[in-house]
Design a protein around this ligand. Sequence first.
Ligand SMILES: Nc1nc2c(c(=O)[nH]1)N[C@H]1C(S)=C(S)[C@@H](COP(=O)(O)O)O[C@H]1N2
Ligand SMILES: [Mo]
Length: 532
Amino acid sequence: MPGVRIFSRQQTQQLTRGALGAVSGLLAAGAALAAAELAAGAVRPQAGPVVAVGGAAIDRTPAAVKDWAIRSFGTNDKLVLQLGILAVLGLLAVALGLLALRFRRTGAAGVLGFGVLGAAAALSRPDSIGVLDALPSLVGALAGAALLWLLTGRLTPVGAPATESASDASWDRRGFLVAAASAAAASTAAGALGRGLASSAGKEAAASRAAVRLPLPGSPARPVPRGAALRVGGISPFVTSNADFYRVDTALVVPKVDATRWRLRVHGQGVTRQLDLGFEDLLRRELIERDITLTCVSNEVGGPYAGNARWLGVRLADVLREAGVRPPSQGGPADQMVSRSVDGMTIGTPVEEVMDGRDALLALGMNGEPLPLQHGFPVRMVVPGLYGYVSACKWIEDIELTTFDAYDSYWVKRKWARQAPIKTQSRIDTPKPFARPKAGTVMVAGVAWAQHRGIERVEVRVDDGPWRDADLAAQATTDTWRQWSLSWEATAGPHTLTTRATDGTGAVQTARRARTIPDGASGRHSVVITVD
Ligand SMILES: Nc1nc2c(c(=O)[nH]1)N[C@H]1C(S)=C(S)[C@@H](COP(=O)(O)O)O[C@H]1N2
Ligand SMILES: [Mo]
Protein backbone atom coordinates (compact mmCIF):
# COMPACT_ATOMS: atom_id res chain seq x y z
CA MET A 1 0.00 0.00 0.00
CA PRO A 2 2.49 2.58 -1.14
CA GLY A 3 -0.05 5.35 -1.05
CA VAL A 4 -0.92 5.03 2.64
CA ARG A 5 1.21 7.05 5.01
CA ILE A 6 0.41 6.91 8.68
CA PHE A 7 3.04 9.39 9.76
CA SER A 8 4.30 12.41 7.98
CA ARG A 9 7.98 12.53 7.20
CA GLN A 10 8.50 14.96 10.04
CA GLN A 11 6.64 12.77 12.51
CA THR A 12 8.72 9.79 11.47
CA GLN A 13 11.85 11.80 12.14
CA GLN A 14 10.61 12.80 15.56
CA LEU A 15 9.71 9.23 16.42
CA THR A 16 13.11 8.00 15.31
CA ARG A 17 14.80 10.64 17.35
CA GLY A 18 12.67 9.74 20.36
CA ALA A 19 13.47 6.06 19.98
CA LEU A 20 17.17 6.84 19.71
CA GLY A 21 16.88 9.01 22.81
CA ALA A 22 15.34 6.09 24.67
CA VAL A 23 18.10 3.80 23.40
CA SER A 24 20.68 6.33 24.59
CA GLY A 25 19.11 6.26 28.04
CA LEU A 26 19.20 2.47 28.16
CA LEU A 27 22.80 2.35 26.91
CA ALA A 28 23.77 4.92 29.52
CA ALA A 29 22.11 2.85 32.25
CA GLY A 30 23.86 -0.26 30.94
CA ALA A 31 27.21 1.53 30.96
CA ALA A 32 26.54 2.82 34.47
CA LEU A 33 25.71 -0.65 35.78
CA ALA A 34 28.65 -2.24 33.99
CA ALA A 35 31.16 0.32 35.25
CA ALA A 36 29.70 0.00 38.74
CA GLU A 37 29.89 -3.79 38.54
CA LEU A 38 33.53 -3.55 37.50
CA ALA A 39 34.35 -1.19 40.35
CA ALA A 40 32.40 -3.38 42.78
CA GLY A 41 34.18 -6.50 41.54
CA ALA A 42 37.48 -4.77 42.20
CA VAL A 43 36.63 -3.42 45.66
CA ARG A 44 33.50 -4.97 47.22
CA PRO A 45 30.93 -7.08 45.32
CA GLN A 46 28.16 -6.30 47.83
CA ALA A 47 28.57 -2.57 47.11
CA GLY A 48 27.33 -2.92 43.50
CA PRO A 49 24.30 -0.67 42.96
CA VAL A 50 21.67 -3.36 42.28
CA VAL A 51 22.69 -5.36 45.33
CA ALA A 52 23.01 -2.22 47.48
CA VAL A 53 19.64 -0.82 46.45
CA GLY A 54 18.04 -4.27 46.80
CA GLY A 55 19.60 -4.74 50.22
CA ALA A 56 18.54 -1.29 51.35
CA ALA A 57 15.03 -2.05 50.10
CA ILE A 58 14.99 -5.30 52.09
CA ASP A 59 16.18 -3.43 55.20
CA ARG A 60 13.29 -1.00 54.83
CA THR A 61 10.60 -3.45 53.79
CA PRO A 62 7.79 -3.61 56.34
CA ALA A 63 7.48 -7.04 57.97
CA ALA A 64 4.15 -7.67 56.24
CA VAL A 65 5.60 -7.07 52.77
CA LYS A 66 8.67 -9.19 53.48
CA ASP A 67 6.36 -11.94 54.61
CA TRP A 68 4.21 -11.56 51.52
CA ALA A 69 7.29 -11.73 49.30
CA ILE A 70 8.51 -14.93 50.96
CA ARG A 71 5.01 -16.37 50.68
CA SER A 72 4.51 -15.47 47.02
CA PHE A 73 7.97 -15.96 45.60
CA GLY A 74 9.47 -18.36 48.11
CA THR A 75 13.19 -18.69 47.70
CA ASN A 76 12.96 -16.73 44.42
CA ASP A 77 12.09 -13.57 46.36
CA LYS A 78 15.57 -12.15 45.84
CA LEU A 79 15.55 -12.79 42.11
CA VAL A 80 12.16 -11.12 41.80
CA LEU A 81 13.44 -8.11 43.74
CA GLN A 82 16.49 -7.72 41.52
CA LEU A 83 14.44 -8.09 38.33
CA GLY A 84 12.03 -5.48 39.71
CA ILE A 85 14.90 -3.07 40.36
CA LEU A 86 16.23 -3.60 36.83
CA ALA A 87 12.77 -3.01 35.35
CA VAL A 88 12.33 0.26 37.25
CA LEU A 89 15.85 1.27 36.27
CA GLY A 90 15.01 0.56 32.61
CA LEU A 91 11.96 2.83 32.74
CA LEU A 92 13.91 5.61 34.42
CA ALA A 93 16.67 5.23 31.85
CA VAL A 94 14.20 5.66 28.97
CA ALA A 95 12.74 8.74 30.69
CA LEU A 96 16.19 10.26 31.21
CA GLY A 97 17.13 9.49 27.61
CA LEU A 98 14.07 11.35 26.33
CA LEU A 99 14.69 14.20 28.71
CA ALA A 100 18.29 14.48 27.55
CA LEU A 101 17.15 14.99 23.95
CA ARG A 102 15.85 18.41 24.93
CA PHE A 103 17.81 19.10 28.09
CA ARG A 104 21.09 17.39 27.66
CA ARG A 105 22.66 18.66 30.86
CA THR A 106 19.61 17.82 32.97
CA GLY A 107 19.48 14.29 31.61
CA ALA A 108 23.13 13.67 32.42
CA ALA A 109 22.68 15.23 35.84
CA GLY A 110 19.75 12.87 36.41
CA VAL A 111 22.03 9.87 35.87
CA LEU A 112 24.45 11.32 38.41
CA GLY A 113 21.54 11.75 40.82
CA PHE A 114 20.72 8.06 40.65
CA GLY A 115 24.38 7.31 41.27
CA VAL A 116 24.20 9.32 44.48
CA LEU A 117 21.10 7.33 45.49
CA GLY A 118 22.92 4.05 44.83
CA ALA A 119 25.89 5.25 46.85
CA ALA A 120 23.62 6.28 49.71
CA ALA A 121 21.95 2.87 49.64
CA ALA A 122 25.34 1.13 49.81
CA LEU A 123 26.46 3.33 52.70
CA SER A 124 23.23 2.62 54.59
CA ARG A 125 23.68 -1.17 54.61
CA PRO A 126 24.42 -2.66 58.03
CA ASP A 127 27.66 -4.17 56.70
CA SER A 128 28.92 -0.98 55.08
CA ILE A 129 32.59 -0.32 55.71
CA GLY A 130 32.37 3.36 54.74
CA VAL A 131 33.27 5.53 51.73
CA LEU A 132 34.59 2.62 49.70
CA ASP A 133 31.01 1.37 49.39
CA ALA A 134 29.96 4.58 47.61
CA LEU A 135 32.60 4.12 44.92
CA PRO A 136 30.90 1.64 42.55
CA SER A 137 27.68 3.64 42.23
CA LEU A 138 29.56 6.92 41.73
CA VAL A 139 31.95 5.48 39.14
CA GLY A 140 28.98 3.93 37.36
CA ALA A 141 27.01 7.18 37.39
CA LEU A 142 29.92 9.12 35.92
CA ALA A 143 30.27 6.62 33.10
CA GLY A 144 26.51 6.64 32.46
CA ALA A 145 26.21 10.42 32.52
CA ALA A 146 29.18 10.86 30.18
CA LEU A 147 27.74 8.37 27.72
CA LEU A 148 24.29 9.93 27.76
CA TRP A 149 25.86 13.33 27.15
CA LEU A 150 27.89 11.99 24.28
CA LEU A 151 25.10 10.03 22.60
CA THR A 152 22.45 12.73 22.83
CA GLY A 153 25.03 15.15 21.50
CA ARG A 154 25.14 13.03 18.35
CA LEU A 155 21.36 13.25 18.10
CA THR A 156 21.28 17.02 18.26
CA PRO A 157 21.36 18.79 14.90
CA VAL A 158 24.69 20.43 14.39
CA GLY A 159 24.93 24.17 14.78
CA ALA A 160 21.48 25.19 15.93
CA PRO A 161 19.04 23.90 18.52
CA ALA A 162 16.55 21.36 17.17
CA THR A 163 14.08 23.03 14.85
CA GLU A 164 11.05 21.71 13.06
CA SER A 165 12.90 21.98 9.80
CA ALA A 166 15.94 20.06 10.95
CA SER A 167 16.58 17.58 8.23
CA ASP A 168 17.44 13.94 8.71
CA ALA A 169 21.00 14.52 7.78
CA SER A 170 21.55 17.29 10.29
CA TRP A 171 22.43 14.94 13.10
CA ASP A 172 25.45 12.73 13.22
CA ARG A 173 23.95 9.36 12.34
CA ARG A 174 27.24 7.61 11.83
CA GLY A 175 28.78 9.13 14.95
CA PHE A 176 25.79 7.97 16.98
CA LEU A 177 25.93 4.41 15.68
CA VAL A 178 29.66 4.10 16.27
CA ALA A 179 29.39 5.54 19.77
CA ALA A 180 26.38 3.40 20.66
CA ALA A 181 27.94 0.18 19.40
CA SER A 182 31.26 0.83 21.12
CA ALA A 183 29.49 1.71 24.35
CA ALA A 184 27.45 -1.49 24.24
CA ALA A 185 30.57 -3.55 23.60
CA ALA A 186 32.58 -1.80 26.33
CA SER A 187 29.73 -2.21 28.82
CA THR A 188 29.42 -5.91 28.12
CA ALA A 189 33.15 -6.37 28.58
CA ALA A 190 33.27 -4.29 31.77
CA GLY A 191 30.27 -6.08 33.23
CA ALA A 192 31.76 -9.51 32.50
CA LEU A 193 35.11 -8.50 33.92
CA GLY A 194 33.43 -7.19 37.08
CA ARG A 195 31.53 -10.44 37.52
CA GLY A 196 34.74 -12.37 36.98
CA LEU A 197 36.54 -10.38 39.68
CA ALA A 198 33.67 -10.86 42.11
CA SER A 199 33.57 -14.59 41.54
CA SER A 200 37.31 -14.97 42.02
CA ALA A 201 36.84 -13.39 45.45
CA GLY A 202 34.31 -16.16 46.08
CA LYS A 203 36.80 -18.79 44.99
CA GLU A 204 38.94 -18.38 48.11
CA ALA A 205 35.90 -19.17 50.25
CA ALA A 206 35.04 -22.19 48.12
CA ALA A 207 38.67 -23.38 48.19
CA SER A 208 38.86 -23.03 51.96
CA ARG A 209 35.62 -25.00 52.22
CA ALA A 210 36.97 -27.74 49.97
CA ALA A 211 40.04 -27.98 52.20
CA VAL A 212 38.06 -28.54 55.41
CA ARG A 213 38.35 -32.04 56.87
CA LEU A 214 35.64 -32.41 59.47
CA PRO A 215 36.93 -34.32 62.52
CA LEU A 216 34.83 -37.11 64.01
CA PRO A 217 32.56 -35.88 66.76
CA GLY A 218 33.63 -36.53 70.35
CA SER A 219 29.93 -36.84 71.07
CA PRO A 220 28.15 -38.42 68.09
CA ALA A 221 24.45 -37.98 67.44
CA ARG A 222 22.23 -40.62 68.91
CA PRO A 223 21.67 -43.15 66.14
CA VAL A 224 18.37 -42.40 64.48
CA PRO A 225 16.11 -45.14 65.82
CA ARG A 226 14.83 -47.65 63.35
CA GLY A 227 11.31 -46.63 62.66
CA ALA A 228 12.03 -42.88 62.77
CA ALA A 229 11.58 -42.84 59.00
CA LEU A 230 8.28 -44.15 57.66
CA ARG A 231 7.96 -45.69 54.24
CA VAL A 232 5.16 -43.55 52.89
CA GLY A 233 5.31 -41.94 49.46
CA GLY A 234 5.18 -38.14 49.56
CA ILE A 235 6.19 -37.70 53.21
CA SER A 236 9.07 -35.32 54.09
CA PRO A 237 12.20 -37.45 54.54
CA PHE A 238 13.41 -37.56 58.16
CA VAL A 239 16.69 -35.91 57.13
CA THR A 240 16.41 -32.96 54.76
CA SER A 241 19.30 -33.00 52.30
CA ASN A 242 21.45 -29.89 52.07
CA ALA A 243 20.22 -29.35 48.52
CA ASP A 244 16.57 -29.41 49.64
CA PHE A 245 17.05 -27.44 52.84
CA TYR A 246 15.08 -24.19 52.83
CA ARG A 247 17.01 -20.96 52.72
CA VAL A 248 15.79 -17.72 54.29
CA ASP A 249 18.06 -14.70 54.66
CA THR A 250 18.48 -11.09 53.59
CA ALA A 251 21.67 -11.68 51.60
CA LEU A 252 21.33 -10.79 47.91
CA VAL A 253 24.87 -12.00 47.43
CA VAL A 254 25.79 -15.05 49.50
CA PRO A 255 28.65 -13.96 51.78
CA LYS A 256 31.87 -15.69 50.76
CA VAL A 257 34.00 -16.17 53.85
CA ASP A 258 37.47 -17.66 53.71
CA ALA A 259 37.60 -20.07 56.67
CA THR A 260 41.34 -19.60 57.08
CA ARG A 261 40.81 -15.93 57.80
CA TRP A 262 37.57 -16.26 59.77
CA ARG A 263 37.51 -15.03 63.39
CA LEU A 264 34.81 -15.02 66.03
CA ARG A 265 34.92 -12.48 68.84
CA VAL A 266 33.02 -12.99 72.11
CA HIS A 267 32.71 -9.90 74.29
CA GLY A 268 30.30 -7.70 76.22
CA GLN A 269 28.59 -7.57 79.60
CA GLY A 270 29.70 -10.18 82.09
CA VAL A 271 32.52 -11.39 79.87
CA THR A 272 35.58 -11.76 82.07
CA ARG A 273 37.78 -13.19 79.33
CA GLN A 274 37.23 -11.95 75.78
CA LEU A 275 37.60 -14.65 73.16
CA ASP A 276 38.91 -14.39 69.65
CA LEU A 277 38.54 -17.76 67.97
CA GLY A 278 39.62 -19.02 64.56
CA PHE A 279 38.19 -21.90 62.57
CA GLU A 280 41.08 -24.19 63.60
CA ASP A 281 40.41 -23.36 67.24
CA LEU A 282 36.89 -24.68 66.83
CA LEU A 283 38.05 -27.84 65.07
CA ARG A 284 40.41 -28.58 67.98
CA ARG A 285 37.59 -28.46 70.55
CA GLU A 286 35.28 -31.33 71.36
CA LEU A 287 32.74 -31.50 68.57
CA ILE A 288 29.21 -32.65 69.15
CA GLU A 289 26.86 -33.90 66.49
CA ARG A 290 23.09 -33.48 66.83
CA ASP A 291 19.93 -33.88 64.78
CA ILE A 292 18.00 -30.63 65.03
CA THR A 293 15.00 -29.35 63.09
CA LEU A 294 15.23 -25.70 62.09
CA THR A 295 12.11 -23.62 61.49
CA CYS A 296 11.51 -20.12 60.14
CA VAL A 297 9.11 -17.75 61.87
CA SER A 298 7.80 -16.81 58.40
CA ASN A 299 6.52 -20.33 57.87
CA GLU A 300 2.75 -20.40 57.37
CA VAL A 301 0.74 -23.22 58.89
CA GLY A 302 1.48 -26.11 56.51
CA GLY A 303 4.37 -24.18 54.92
CA PRO A 304 7.75 -25.41 53.69
CA TYR A 305 10.23 -23.46 55.85
CA ALA A 306 11.29 -26.24 58.17
CA GLY A 307 14.10 -28.73 57.69
CA ASN A 308 15.89 -31.36 59.73
CA ALA A 309 19.65 -31.83 59.51
CA ARG A 310 22.53 -33.45 61.35
CA TRP A 311 24.68 -30.61 62.64
CA LEU A 312 28.27 -30.81 63.82
CA GLY A 313 29.70 -28.11 66.02
CA VAL A 314 30.90 -26.94 69.40
CA ARG A 315 28.69 -26.34 72.39
CA LEU A 316 27.90 -22.66 72.45
CA ALA A 317 27.32 -22.78 76.22
CA ASP A 318 30.89 -24.02 76.76
CA VAL A 319 32.29 -21.15 74.72
CA LEU A 320 30.22 -18.65 76.69
CA ARG A 321 31.27 -20.21 80.01
CA GLU A 322 34.89 -20.00 78.96
CA ALA A 323 34.37 -16.29 78.38
CA GLY A 324 33.06 -16.02 81.95
CA VAL A 325 29.40 -15.64 81.00
CA ARG A 326 26.78 -16.77 83.52
CA PRO A 327 23.10 -17.09 82.64
CA PRO A 328 20.71 -14.60 84.30
CA SER A 329 19.42 -17.35 86.63
CA GLN A 330 22.94 -17.58 88.05
CA GLY A 331 23.31 -13.86 88.44
CA GLY A 332 24.80 -13.03 85.05
CA PRO A 333 24.15 -9.44 83.92
CA ALA A 334 23.42 -10.21 80.25
CA ASP A 335 20.12 -11.80 79.23
CA GLN A 336 20.69 -11.43 75.48
CA MET A 337 23.52 -12.54 73.23
CA VAL A 338 23.60 -10.66 69.95
CA SER A 339 25.30 -12.52 67.15
CA ARG A 340 26.42 -10.51 64.17
CA SER A 341 27.19 -11.90 60.76
CA VAL A 342 29.73 -10.73 58.20
CA ASP A 343 26.84 -9.18 56.25
CA GLY A 344 25.64 -7.13 59.20
CA MET A 345 22.66 -9.28 60.26
CA THR A 346 22.06 -9.15 64.00
CA ILE A 347 20.25 -11.92 65.84
CA GLY A 348 19.35 -11.71 69.53
CA THR A 349 19.14 -14.97 71.50
CA PRO A 350 18.22 -15.44 75.17
CA VAL A 351 21.35 -16.38 77.13
CA GLU A 352 19.23 -18.43 79.55
CA GLU A 353 18.06 -20.82 76.81
CA VAL A 354 21.50 -21.12 75.25
CA MET A 355 22.95 -22.16 78.64
CA ASP A 356 20.08 -24.29 79.97
CA GLY A 357 21.59 -27.56 78.82
CA ARG A 358 20.05 -27.80 75.36
CA ASP A 359 22.36 -28.50 72.43
CA ALA A 360 22.91 -24.92 71.27
CA LEU A 361 25.67 -25.09 68.69
CA LEU A 362 28.24 -23.09 66.86
CA ALA A 363 27.81 -25.38 63.88
CA LEU A 364 30.40 -26.00 61.18
CA GLY A 365 29.03 -29.18 59.65
CA MET A 366 25.66 -30.02 58.09
CA ASN A 367 24.74 -33.57 57.10
CA GLY A 368 28.35 -34.69 56.96
CA GLU A 369 29.73 -31.74 55.00
CA PRO A 370 31.17 -28.38 55.92
CA LEU A 371 28.28 -25.88 55.97
CA PRO A 372 27.22 -25.01 52.42
CA LEU A 373 28.03 -21.36 51.65
CA GLN A 374 24.35 -20.37 51.59
CA HIS A 375 23.75 -22.03 54.95
CA GLY A 376 26.42 -19.98 56.70
CA PHE A 377 29.92 -21.27 55.92
CA PRO A 378 32.16 -21.40 57.83
CA VAL A 379 30.21 -21.16 61.09
CA ARG A 380 26.59 -20.54 62.11
CA MET A 381 24.47 -20.90 65.20
CA VAL A 382 21.77 -23.51 65.74
CA VAL A 383 19.65 -23.45 68.89
CA PRO A 384 16.97 -26.13 69.29
CA GLY A 385 13.52 -24.72 69.99
CA LEU A 386 13.96 -21.12 68.78
CA TYR A 387 12.94 -19.74 65.39
CA GLY A 388 15.85 -19.01 63.06
CA TYR A 389 15.63 -15.22 63.27
CA VAL A 390 16.35 -15.31 67.03
CA SER A 391 18.92 -18.09 66.99
CA ALA A 392 20.42 -19.36 63.76
CA CYS A 393 22.91 -16.63 62.74
CA LYS A 394 24.74 -17.68 59.56
CA TRP A 395 28.24 -16.39 58.65
CA ILE A 396 28.64 -15.41 62.31
CA GLU A 397 31.66 -13.31 63.29
CA ASP A 398 30.78 -11.62 66.56
CA ILE A 399 28.91 -12.42 69.77
CA GLU A 400 28.11 -9.59 72.13
CA LEU A 401 26.59 -10.13 75.55
CA THR A 402 24.03 -7.47 76.37
CA THR A 403 20.42 -7.12 77.53
CA PHE A 404 17.10 -7.19 75.69
CA ASP A 405 16.41 -3.74 77.19
CA ALA A 406 19.57 -2.29 75.74
CA TYR A 407 19.51 -3.61 72.19
CA ASP A 408 17.01 -4.59 69.49
CA SER A 409 18.31 -6.93 66.80
CA TYR A 410 17.57 -6.62 63.04
CA TRP A 411 14.09 -8.20 62.94
CA VAL A 412 13.06 -6.90 66.37
CA LYS A 413 13.65 -3.37 65.04
CA ARG A 414 11.17 -4.39 62.34
CA LYS A 415 8.42 -5.31 64.79
CA TRP A 416 9.05 -9.03 65.22
CA ALA A 417 9.02 -10.45 68.73
CA ARG A 418 12.08 -10.33 71.00
CA GLN A 419 11.46 -13.87 72.22
CA ALA A 420 10.29 -16.50 69.79
CA PRO A 421 10.13 -20.15 70.84
CA ILE A 422 8.91 -22.42 68.05
CA LYS A 423 5.20 -23.17 68.14
CA THR A 424 3.90 -26.75 67.99
CA GLN A 425 2.89 -27.64 64.44
CA SER A 426 1.78 -30.65 62.43
CA ARG A 427 1.85 -30.63 58.63
CA ILE A 428 0.08 -32.92 56.16
CA ASP A 429 2.60 -33.80 53.43
CA THR A 430 0.37 -36.25 51.62
CA PRO A 431 -2.21 -36.19 50.08
CA LYS A 432 -1.47 -32.81 48.53
CA PRO A 433 -4.17 -30.13 48.38
CA PHE A 434 -6.73 -30.84 45.64
CA ALA A 435 -5.41 -34.37 45.15
CA ARG A 436 -7.86 -36.90 43.68
CA PRO A 437 -7.06 -40.27 45.27
CA LYS A 438 -9.20 -43.34 44.55
CA ALA A 439 -11.68 -44.51 47.16
CA GLY A 440 -10.23 -47.16 49.46
CA THR A 441 -7.11 -47.05 51.61
CA VAL A 442 -5.35 -43.67 51.44
CA MET A 443 -2.24 -42.91 53.48
CA VAL A 444 -2.43 -39.56 55.21
CA ALA A 445 1.03 -38.63 56.45
CA GLY A 446 3.28 -35.77 57.42
CA VAL A 447 5.63 -34.35 60.03
CA ALA A 448 5.03 -32.63 63.35
CA TRP A 449 7.45 -30.52 65.36
CA ALA A 450 7.72 -28.89 68.76
CA GLN A 451 11.47 -28.54 69.12
CA HIS A 452 12.90 -29.20 72.54
CA ARG A 453 9.50 -30.28 73.89
CA GLY A 454 9.01 -33.21 71.55
CA ILE A 455 5.90 -34.63 69.92
CA GLU A 456 3.75 -36.96 71.98
CA ARG A 457 0.72 -37.41 69.79
CA VAL A 458 -0.63 -36.51 66.35
CA GLU A 459 -4.29 -36.70 65.45
CA VAL A 460 -6.14 -36.47 62.17
CA ARG A 461 -9.75 -35.53 61.58
CA VAL A 462 -11.74 -36.19 58.42
CA ASP A 463 -14.31 -33.44 57.82
CA ASP A 464 -16.12 -32.88 61.13
CA GLY A 465 -15.56 -36.43 62.35
CA PRO A 466 -13.79 -37.49 65.54
CA TRP A 467 -10.06 -36.96 66.04
CA ARG A 468 -8.17 -40.15 65.30
CA ASP A 469 -4.70 -41.01 66.52
CA ALA A 470 -2.10 -41.19 63.79
CA ASP A 471 0.71 -43.74 64.00
CA LEU A 472 3.87 -42.00 65.15
CA ALA A 473 7.31 -42.83 63.83
CA ALA A 474 9.90 -43.38 66.54
CA GLN A 475 11.05 -40.11 68.12
CA ALA A 476 14.71 -39.45 67.38
CA THR A 477 15.08 -36.64 69.90
CA THR A 478 12.78 -33.92 71.21
CA ASP A 479 14.71 -31.48 69.02
CA THR A 480 13.69 -33.12 65.76
CA TRP A 481 10.44 -33.34 63.92
CA ARG A 482 8.51 -36.58 64.01
CA GLN A 483 6.84 -38.33 61.10
CA TRP A 484 3.31 -39.66 61.40
CA SER A 485 0.83 -41.49 59.22
CA LEU A 486 -2.75 -42.65 59.24
CA SER A 487 -4.24 -45.25 56.98
CA TRP A 488 -7.68 -43.97 56.04
CA GLU A 489 -10.53 -45.78 54.32
CA ALA A 490 -11.51 -42.98 51.98
CA THR A 491 -15.05 -42.69 50.68
CA ALA A 492 -15.92 -40.91 47.44
CA GLY A 493 -16.59 -37.19 47.54
CA PRO A 494 -14.91 -34.01 48.77
CA HIS A 495 -13.13 -34.18 52.12
CA THR A 496 -11.19 -31.93 54.43
CA LEU A 497 -8.30 -33.49 56.35
CA THR A 498 -7.07 -31.66 59.43
CA THR A 499 -4.22 -32.49 61.80
CA ARG A 500 -3.10 -31.39 65.23
CA ALA A 501 -0.17 -32.36 67.43
CA THR A 502 0.32 -32.63 71.17
CA ASP A 503 3.76 -31.70 72.43
CA GLY A 504 5.85 -33.29 75.15
CA THR A 505 4.35 -31.04 77.82
CA GLY A 506 0.87 -32.32 76.98
CA ALA A 507 -0.20 -29.07 75.31
CA VAL A 508 -2.40 -29.54 72.23
CA GLN A 509 -1.60 -27.47 69.15
CA THR A 510 -3.93 -24.51 69.22
CA ALA A 511 -6.72 -24.03 66.70
CA ARG A 512 -6.38 -20.27 67.13
CA ARG A 513 -5.13 -18.84 63.87
CA ALA A 514 -2.32 -16.33 64.09
CA ARG A 515 -0.30 -14.68 61.38
CA THR A 516 3.43 -15.22 61.19
CA ILE A 517 4.07 -11.72 62.52
CA PRO A 518 5.17 -11.14 65.28
CA ASP A 519 6.12 -14.52 66.73
CA GLY A 520 5.09 -17.32 64.37
CA ALA A 521 1.92 -18.67 62.76
CA SER A 522 -0.51 -20.84 64.70
CA GLY A 523 -3.60 -22.81 63.77
CA ARG A 524 -4.14 -26.25 62.29
CA HIS A 525 -3.17 -27.49 58.87
CA SER A 526 -6.04 -28.63 56.64
CA VAL A 527 -5.99 -30.11 53.16
CA VAL A 528 -9.01 -30.30 50.89
CA ILE A 529 -9.17 -33.26 48.50
CA THR A 530 -11.69 -35.07 46.33
CA VAL A 531 -11.86 -38.84 46.51
CA ASP A 532 -12.91 -40.41 43.22
N1 LIG B 1 23.42 -13.81 58.53
C1 LIG B 1 22.13 -14.21 58.52
N2 LIG B 1 21.77 -15.25 59.27
C2 LIG B 1 20.48 -15.69 59.27
C3 LIG B 1 19.50 -15.02 58.51
C4 LIG B 1 19.91 -13.90 57.73
O1 LIG B 1 19.11 -13.25 57.03
N3 LIG B 1 21.23 -13.53 57.75
N4 LIG B 1 18.21 -15.47 58.51
C5 LIG B 1 17.79 -16.25 59.68
C6 LIG B 1 16.50 -16.89 59.47
S1 LIG B 1 15.13 -15.88 59.45
C7 LIG B 1 16.36 -18.25 59.38
S2 LIG B 1 14.84 -18.97 59.39
C8 LIG B 1 17.55 -19.12 59.27
C9 LIG B 1 17.46 -19.96 58.02
O2 LIG B 1 18.59 -20.75 57.88
P1 LIG B 1 18.81 -21.53 56.51
O3 LIG B 1 18.75 -20.50 55.40
O4 LIG B 1 20.12 -22.21 56.62
O5 LIG B 1 17.67 -22.51 56.41
O6 LIG B 1 18.74 -18.38 59.21
C10 LIG B 1 18.81 -17.29 60.09
N5 LIG B 1 20.15 -16.75 60.04
MO1 LIG C 1 13.37 -17.12 59.53
